[in-house]
Design a protein. Sequence first.
Length: 422
Amino acid sequence: MPPPSPVPVRPFAAQPFNVMAKPTGSICNLNCTYCYYLEKAKLHPDNYRHQMTPEIQERFIRDYIESQPTEVVQFVWQGGEPTLLGLKFFQRAVELQRKYANGKTIENALQTNGTLLNDEWAAFFAENKFLVGISLDGPREIHDAYRVTRNNRPSFDAVMRGVECLTRNQAEFNTLTVVGAHNMNQPREVYRFLKDIGSRFLQFIPLIERPGRPQDLPLKLAGPPHPGDGDTYDQVTEWSVRPSAYGQFLITIFNDWVKRDVGRVYVQIFDVALNAWVGNEPPLCVFRRECGSALVIEHNGDVYSCDHFVYPQYRLGNLMNTSLGAMAKAPDQYEFGRAKSATLPRQCRECDVRFACNGECPKHRFLSTSDGEPGLNYLCAAYKKFFHHIDPFMQVMAHLLERQRAPAEIMTLIRKGKMPQK
Ligand code: SF4
Ligand code: SF4
């Protein structure tokens, strides 16, 4: 392993931050078995309208652009299902972004289940250069295991129609694949399928939820452990991924990718790992030493610490009273982000792959270490195995990069038998 080298980190107050917008709150036209966000509707009164108003939309766009210290400002629209708001909402969003851009470059990414897309949406995305993330868990049988409509009907065909519209209109898209009990043992099928439909940017998200306890009511899922509070309730739902399977899932896909697809297919976790091996801070919150710069704004202007922590105790305020910049730099938010490293158990602090893992997300830290210390990540075994496995390859690719050569050259080295054949 390369030693973790010190990385210059900007002072907290000068760091850019991201705000993921949920303009429909948790409302969605699907009813995926595993969704952790659908039940957030219970945190609002009945008959409540989950829709970002024009006033909040305009304030958000203006404030977010003004608050960013960078020349490029990226908007991320998510849900629930954001396309439920209709195209007009996003046409207006683009107009408002132009109005308030003030010379900055504005980018948009939108995460969708894809089922409501048509040629009109796709043409809009292409024209306005939206990066569209499609939630797709694999081939039909895998995808339909949990991603179902409100009438419990499969959604695969509707998603694929959406993908065809995007392809036909040359709108850029990538895929987000939730890895759980339904696909954790079929990594090859999932990877091939995603490549076959034209995805060249793949994100894999481990599915980990704990069933709710009495204190979690009215929610059916348990809230995340608060960093450092010693929560070691370690039951997981039947649809959650198992650590050993997740490690093997990543390894299997990595083995295919490193032989054939480096430089051609972008798999987020491999790219993030390469950054770590090069000596950079991993560019994804879950693998960074500290986090706290990925906020969420709900449809009503409420702002929360993170998408995984949309609970009343993590509410930072409301956009209509407080600026995004003030909420992002608030002491509570600083402490939230700092806790990611401050509460790491000794096993993580002394771990040889800490530079790449950093204990992953605090939401998943509900195991005890071998010596009984709380705060170990549920996926520890997966990451340890995966990061050890990729180490020789990452060292070679990092070395190539250092010499200003393409990491893709590793594929030639493997073909010539100069790397271990895995
Ligand atoms: S709590 Fe987890 S998902 Fe949220 S910002 Fe921190 S690492 Fe990222
Ligand atoms: S691999 Fe395990 S011990 Fe090492 S940093 Fe990650 S969670 Fe901690």
